[in-house]
Design a protein around this ligand. Sequence first.
Ligand code: HEC
Length: 136
Amino acid sequence: MKKFFWFLIVVLIGIQFISVEQSNPPVKEEMPMPPEVKNILTRACYDCHSNLTEWKWYSKIAPISFLISHDVKEGRAHLNFTEWDYYSMNEDKVRREIWEEVLNERMPPWSYRVINPKGKLTDEDKAIIRNWSLTR
Ligand code: HEC
């Protein structure tokens, strides 16, 4: 038991030296949205879907750092609000997808909501997102 404990400590220290990608590339074009929507999305989505990620202190500690880096990489690859491309992206479609994720409570992911109070969306937040997504 004691040996296992020391083994665990050594592993936990060892993995701290594995480097992970945690950078914020420059912001390019931002997805167009009214300020009231931007307030909500900046708060609840930008950590994973933008180049303005707020890297918290615990995001530097392995193995949590691996999970967070992976989420940000995946999130940015699927949808990056700060690398908006007017030519190739369909704004209406993206807005509908956003509402669908929010409505079904898939976004922000529950693991994020548990740790980050700012990730919780109130009924009012949801109504604002819904209006923006479904009206044109
Ligand atoms: C903790 C990181 C994280 C946060 C915060 C987050 N997302 Fe995501 N999001 C992801 C990841 C990872 C994926 C891709 C994998 C998946 O669909 O689960 C994704 C996928 C999506 C997709 C699907 C895109 C596609 O091409 O299929 C939409 C839409 C989306 N997120 C919207 C949002 C919105 C809106 C918010 C805020 C209300 C948000 N996300 C917050 C990590 C995050």
